[in-house]
Design a protein around this ligand. Structure first.
Ligand code: GLY
Length: 419
């Protein structure tokens, strides 16, 4: 069997790499990938836009692909999964109707309300005036109801912050000329766990737990980013929590999606807040693998990833063998370009890559290769994943590898896995 992994980032590099550990690089295509990811010998599809479903389908058929794993939510939102299914591919990724769990915060909340899934209370603001009237208790969470490239959530601490968010949406039209609604949520306190799982419409089969680091600076200081690192298992996981999430979140959600005639075959990301009484609340759903949690998770899988992807696409998860996990801990540290997350510098020369002779694995996101040099080409440039008998050992290995890599104004958190 040949698999195609769609996407450009470190997450897709990690997913494709994991598949290749099980079925060989010659059976894993990555598209479009990035020049760093192609330091691993994945199959290439050629010059095809991933958004051009017909051309992609032709190229994938020519390469003998039967299973497609869609990485980013933007492709799911364009209903690529449905188009590829109609062309005869097995696909891991929900149709656009199911992806609304991620692409519409309002849809996700309404679905949770119908299924009695524990989550923060909410109201929906349709314009700036309503937003200012509704967001009066601080902190709270404001979530733009649409794709916002990771910039659609703010935690305001004052009316001034609310006004700033309203201006970005309705005055500056940062998220488009026809802004949708904003969800105003009460603030959830607790410990965050990401639980990502395979979902075949009937069964939710979770991977191991993970936790990501969202703020740019050590000790969670500074602005939010797309993720500065991740660890697995989550240090906040306690016995019984995954079973509780199955019972009060995943199963009711699947029943509710079925009621709505949504056959959800893909990856379900459940962002959880665990309160002091060990009760899980949903912070968000995503219709894809988390980034960068995936990179930490892929390091720990020993067997069964490809079989579970296939079973997800076929609707046969109940019959698939369980994944087997290394008992090791994993730490994944992201290194970012100068001035990330505001307006990242690009074009800085990277030394020390590709890394040779290392027990760690480098997953690339924002790099390019030009005139014999590796250059930064995005905010999150690359990340280093390592395993260890505990977080301390894994941290040591990851930072040791990262020390070999340098570019001007490179920055990364020093406290990933320091729990
Ligand atoms: N790490 C959070 C996300 O992937 O959305």
């Amino acid at each position: 069997m040949k698999i195609l992994v769609l996407g450009t980032g470190g997450r897709e590099h990690a997913l494709a790499w994991r598949c290749a550990q099980e079925i060989g690089f010659e059976n894993v295509a990555l598209h479009p990938g990035n020049p760093g990811a192609f330091t691993d010998p994945f199959v290439r599809l050629g010059d095809v836009l991933p958004t051009d479903a017909a051309a992609l389908s032709r190229a994938a058929k020519q390469s003998g692909i039967s299973l497609v794993l869609i990485g980013p939510e933007a492709l799911l939102a364009q209903d690529l999964a449905k188009k590829l299914r109609a062309d005869g591919f097995l696909v891991v990724g929900p149709d656009a109707s199911g992806a609304r769990l991620e692409t519409s915060k309002v849809f996700a909340k309404q679905t949770m309300a119908s299924a009695h899934i524990p989550t923060a209370s909410f109201s929906i603001a349709r314009n700036a005036k309503e937003l200012l009237e509704m967001a009066t208790t601080f902190p709270c969470a404001l979530k733009y109801d649409g794709l916002a490239a990771g910039k659609g959530v703010v935690i305001p601490h004052s009316q001034r912050d609310v006004q700033d968010f309203a201006d970005r949406i309705w005055k500056d039209q940062e998220f488009g000329a026809n802004p949708t609604h904003v969800l105003v949520e009460s603030f959830l306190k607790g410990k965050e766990i990401s639980l990502i799982g395979f979902c075949d419409g009937n069964v939710f089969r979770p991977l191991a737990t993970a936790t990501d680091y969202k703020r740019v600076g050590d000790a969670d200081q500074g602005p939010n980013t797309g993720g500065m690192g991740s660890i697995s298992p989550s240090p906040w996981e306690r016995p019984g929590i995954v079973e509780k999430v199955q019972a009060v979140i995943a199963q009711p959600l699947l029943r509710e999606l079925k009621k709505q005639s949504i056959d959800y075959r893909g990856i379900l990301y459940i962002g959880l807040m665990i309160d002091s009484g060990e009760n899980p609340f949903v912070v968000e759903f995503n219709a894809r693998f988390g980034d960068p949690e995936t990179q930490a998770l892929m390091m720990r899988i020993e067997h069964g990833f490809v079989e579970n992807l296939l079973a997800t696409a076929e609707g046969k998860l109940a019959d698939a063998p369980p994944l087997t996990w290394s008992s090791s801990h994993s730490v994944y540290v992201v290194a970012a370009a100068g001035n990330y997350p505001a307006k990242p510098r690009t074009g800085d020369k990277i030394s020390g890559v590709p890394v040779v002779e290392s027990a760690s694995k480098v997953f690339y996101s924002g790099v390019k290769f030009q005139n014999g040099n590796w250059l930064t080409d995005g905010g999150r440039v690359l990340g280093v994943g390592s395993l260890g008998r505990g977080f301390a050992e894994a941290r040591q290995a990851a930072y040791r590898t990262l020390d070999q890599i340098k570019w001007d104004q490179m920055h990364f958190r020093k406290d990933i896995g320091s729990v």
